[in-house]
Write a new protein. Structure first.
Ligand code: AMP
Ligand code: GLY
Length: 423
């Protein structure tokens, strides 16, 4: 099978690395990819926003299957254009991608189908949003409706903070994404991410993970795209997974089908485990980054098989097996991230890796034959272990062997789970 993978980050490197292990794969292409992905795939310099050129490449090359990594092309309808042209695609339609593209859309779906989530209201003007927020009181959560690169959410501990977040949204801080605002009840509990494939009718539970969003040790400083992750998430016991499938995922799949936009692809459910049980914070319609990296380290068996089954309505015929090991990844980022940072700084050396160890490339490029850092998040140093503490120790040994002067990382990825192991 000839496969085209769309995307460029650490998530896509992990997908490429796993797809490349499939006996069904004859050739892997990636557009635009990065130097790490280039070890597994032939890189193609396609403009992914130009849907016509992607279709043209698939026709010329005889691509059998397209895997879309990031959300932006899904929300922009790339999978619809490819499906209309006759290609098999992993990734939801533009209509189904609203689950990530519009927070209000997801909240309305939850309301219609009794999916547990925080009480909410949608607003298109500041005065009404502020009146409702004042009536509810803090703590409360203010969200720009659309895609805001992870920055559109304010968890406000005071009313003032909430009111100024509403002003920010309507004053254009998040562009068009903030033209509508969702105000939502604050959920108290422990967060976890749950991943599950859907072919529109059937669900296949994958695994759980925990991300570290804040840039600094001890969960301090501004939010980022994610500074590290581990899998599994201890709070997601088998009983909690079962409840999540029954109370959240299954009604989402049947509700989306009933509403006329069946969901095929991966659900990345952001959950809060509250005193009542699992509640939905949000859906993403693609794998998490860096959560995908730890999932791929633990997946046994053939990734291509299960993604293709999700794309072709045959998910009931496959299964996914997971290693009992913990996988943990540490993000190495450019100094300054998530604010401004230098681009093009040289990476002089990467450590040799053995079994259960992998350095995924996120924001790298080759310049005159040398590896340089081009992004905020640059490398995902990943290792497995029998415990979180062991995976953490192995990952940081590798981190310390990376030669990159302009890089930094958190030193405490997995701290909550390590504390739990010791308790
Ligand atoms: P989101 O972009 O929706 O994932 O939100 C970013 C982060 O804000 C989440 O990972 C949570 O930590 C937090 N958050 C979002 N919604 C809520 C909520 N209703 N209650 C408490 N925390 C929330
Ligand atoms: N790591 C969070 C995300 O991929 O959205």
């Amino acid at each position: 099978m000839k496969v085209l993978l769309i995307g460029t980050g650490g998530r896509e490197h992990a997908l490429a690395w796993k797809l490349a292990q499939s006996p069904r794969l004859t050739k892997l292409y990636a557009a635009p990819g990065n130097p790490g992905i280039g070890e597994q795939a032939e890189l193609v310099a396609l403009d992914v926003e130009d849907h016509g050129s992607v279709v043209g490449f698939c026709r010329e090359t005889g691509i059998d299957f397209v895997v879309v990594g990031p959300e932006a092309p899904l929300v922009a309808g790339l999978s619809d254009v490819l499906r209309d042209a006759g290609f098999v695609v992993f990734g939801p339609s533009m209509a189904a991608a609203q689950l990530e593209g519009s927070k209000g859309f997801t909240k309305d779906l939850c309301a219609r189908y009794d999916i547990p989530t925080g009480a909410y209201r949608r607003f298109t003007n500041a005065a009404e949003a502020k009146a409702y927020t004042t009536e509810q009181g803090a703590p409360i959560v203010v969200k720009a409706d659309g895609l805001a690169a992870g920055k559109g959410v304010t968890v406000a501990m005071t009313l003032d903070e909430a009111l100024s977040a509403i002003d920010d949204c309507f004053d254009g801080a998040f562009g068009a994404a903030g033209a509508e605002v969702v105000v939502e009840a604050f959920l108290d509990g422990e967060e976890a991410s749950f991943f599950c494939l859907s072919d529109g009718k059937t669900a296949l539970a994958l695994a759980t993970a925990q991300d570290h969003k804040r840039v600094g040790d001890g969960d301090t400083g501004p939010n980022t795209g994610g500074m590290g992750a581990y899998s599994p998430a201890p709070v997601m016991t088998p009983a909690m997974v079962e409840r999540t499938m029954k109370e959240i995922i299954e009604p989402t799949i049947s509700g989306m089908a009933k509403d006329g936009h069946p969901f095929t692809g991966v659900f990345f459910a952001g959950l809060m485990i509250t005193a009542k049980g699992p509640e939905l914070i949000e859906y993403n319609v693609r794998f998490g980054d860096p959560e995908c990296q730890v999932l791929m380290m633990r997946l046994k068996g053939d990734l291509l098989d299960i993604l293709y089954a999700a794309a072709t309505g045959t998910l009931d015929q496959v299964s996914a097996e997971w290693s009992d090991d913990v996988a943990l990844t540490v993000v190495l980022a450019s100094k300054g991230y998530p604010a401004a940072y230098d681009k093009g700084t040289p990476i002089d050396g990467l450590p040799a890796t053995g079994a259960g160890e992998k350095v995924f490339h996120a924001g790298t490029a080759l310049k005159d034959g040398h590896l340089v850092a081009t992004g905020g998040r640059v490398l995902n140093v990943t290792a497995t272990g029998a415990t979180v503490a062991e995976a953490q120790a192995r990952a940081y040994r590798l981190v310390d062997a990376v030669e990159w002067q302009n890089g930094f990382c958190r030193r405490d990825i997995g701290w909550q789970a390590v504390a739990r192991e010791k308790a």
